[in-house]
Design a binder for this molecule. Structure first.
Ligand SMILES: Cc1cc2nc3c(=O)[nH]c(=O)nc-3n(C[C@H](O)[C@H](O)[C@H](O)COP(=O)(O)OP(=O)(O)OC[C@H]3O[C@@H](n4cnc5c(N)ncnc54)[C@H](O)[C@@H]3O)c2cc1C
Length: 181
């Protein structure tokens, strides 16, 4: 965008090598990975905080491998519920509901050996309203001042080479943020 202006006063735009738009589970985990690699980055999240809704809770083995690589797996296993046991269908949730059928699922029961064969990490079980604050705290610790909530990216400009060689400094992003959403 040519000659963008800052929507909130005359604050100068931020410049960074990598701009992560969104501080959900993916953005916050991306931030942890980039911090461990020493990559300069900013996370901008327009919400005023992490999720208030439980949302997703099952974390498969591949997700847990990523959390393990950023040293979050123990905390997630420690605070989360035990591994989900399976899935069952009942005629009713009332006490007199009858079981129609049940299945092993999520790496439980008969599935456990097959899951163990393909990953050293068992699955986890932690709703997003408990996961996100933990990811946020860790991301803020590793990248102080650059994990920013209540900041909506409304405009950005990429500068530098469009396809820089791998050894070159990557594209610089300038992000304009609206405060006090
Ligand atoms: C009610 C509900 C129940 C769910 N239940 C399940 C479930 O049981 N199982 C399951 O697997 N999944 C479930 N999901 C889906 C799961 O929550 C999403 O897949 C997950 O949140 C995706 O993570 P994410 O980080 O990619 O995106 P999000 O969590 O959506 O994060 C993206 C973030 O980007 C921010 N953002 C967007 N644009 C901008 C901008 N311009 N500037 C700054 N910030 C911006 C948004 O505010 C948002 O916080 C559920 C979702 C909802 C809403």
């Amino acid at each position: 965008m040519e000659n963008p202006t800052t929507p909130a006063g005359n604050e100068p735009p931020d410049e960074t090598d990598v701009l992560i738009i969104g501080g959900g589970p993916v953005g916050l985990t991306g931030s942890l990975l980039l911090s461990d690699l020493g990559v300069d980055h900013i996370v901008a999240e327009r919400r005023d905080g992490t999720s208030r809704l439980p949302k997703a809770h099952y974390l498969n083995s591949r997700s847990m491998e990523i959390f393990d690589s950023v040293h979050m797996a123990d905390e997630i296993y420690g605070f989360g519920a035990h591994r989900p046991g399976g899935v069952a269908w009942y005629t009713s949730l009332a006490p007199d509901g009858e079981l129609v059928m049940s299945l092993d699922a999520f790496g439980s029961g008969t599935l456990a050996p097959a899951y163990a064969d393909v990953s050293a990490c068992r699955s986890g079980n932690l709703p997003q309203k408990h996961l996100e604050p933990r990811l946020r705290r860790a991301a803020e610790r590793k990248n102080p001042g650059k994990v920013r909530f209540e900041q909506e990216v409304v405009s950005l400009t990429a500068t530098g080479a469009a396809s820089p060689p791998r050894s070159a400094r990557p594209t610089v992003w300038r992000a304009w943020s609206a405060h006090g959403m």
